[in-house]
Design a protein around this ligand. Structure first.
Ligand SMILES: [Zn+2]
Length: 281
């Protein structure tokens, strides 16, 4: 008999929102990249909860270390998902994972396109009216990092925070917002870790690319993002000192200006226009 109550701590090493989505049935399957050690332990946990699982082709993992598992409540879902993966039917995979059709469609269009693979954030931002903090997935790299550069990248250096497991078609996508709010409520009920932390999610992000960004402790306005310190910085090595000292980040064209008390401290021209993503409560 499967336990009646879910204990999230049994699933440590997995994203809580995925486990909850599977448990409450709004995800037919979940996919998780697990390192070999925890994977052995988790296989026993899955069985204990009456879940079925399958290890799929390792090439889906950008790190090349962990193994991708599909987990489901029913064998039929698992079979459908495995078949869809092997046939590269990512629309079917997306539906089984419980992702909105609009987001799956856009994600697949980017994957099929010839553009850079690390373009999800820019493309989502381009189609966005209001930046909903619940859809901020900057600190969630699964499904976004690909290629050689990603292979050498250690995601453990970055706190994990995101209420959704997919790349939203826009940061105000209505079906995504519905999922994010449900996840938020469930994460709070079951004791969320950093995944639902507004101190990481409801903050402006200075974004150059997936390997170079900063979550700023502040708020965005017409003149840029006024802030005091950073919640997280990835890459941006030559900016770190100034980022810490300054209180305003402004972007004009490809130029970033960091100022302190109204005076410019540092200006930097990026190869591609940096973004100030105005996520806020
Ligand atoms: Zn969408």
């Amino acid at each position: 008999m499967a336990p009646v109550n879910l204990k999230l701590s049994d699933f440590s090493g997995m994203r809580a929102k995925d486990v909850l989505g599977l448990w409450y049935g709004y995800k037919k399957i979940i996919s998780a990249g697990l390192d070999p050690g925890p994977a052995k332990k988790l296989e026993k946990v899955f069985s204990g909860y009456g879940l079925v699982f399958e290890r799929i082709d390792e090439s889906y993992d950008y790190k090349g270390r962990s193994r991708t598992y599909l987990v489901a409540k029913k064998t039929s879902y698992l079979k459908a998902a495995a078949a869809a993966y092997y046939d590269s039917r990512y629309d079917a995979v997306g539906a089984l994972l419980g992702y909105p059709a609009c987001c799956v469609k856009k994600h697949n269009a980017i994957i099929r396109g010839k553009g850079p693979m690390n373009d999800f954030v820019r493309r989502s931002a381009a189609g966005t009216g209001r930046f909903r903090w619940e859809l901020n997935n900057i600190l969630d790299f699964d499904g976004r990092l690909n290629g050689e550069r990603a292979a050498g990248f250690d995601v453990s250096l970055v706190p994990h925070a995101s209420l959704i497991s997919h790349n939203p078609c826009a940061y105000d996508c209505a079906p995504s917002l519905k999922i994010a709010r449900l996840n938020l409520a469930l994460l709070r009920r079951h004791g969320a870790g950093s995944e639902a932390d507004p101190a990481l999610l409801a903050r402006p992000v200075l974004y150059a690319d997936d390997f170079n960004f900063a979550v700023l402790n502040g708020t965005s306005g017409p003149g840029g993002a006024a802030y005091s310190g950073t919640a997280c910085v990835l890459g941006l090595e030559e900016l770190r000192g100034a980022l810490g000292r300054c209180d305003l980040a402004a972007v004009s064209g490809r130029r970033l200006t960091l100022s302190r008390k109204g005076r410019p401290v540092l200006q930097k021209d990026f190869p591609v226009k940096p973004l100030l993503l105005p996520f806020a409560l």
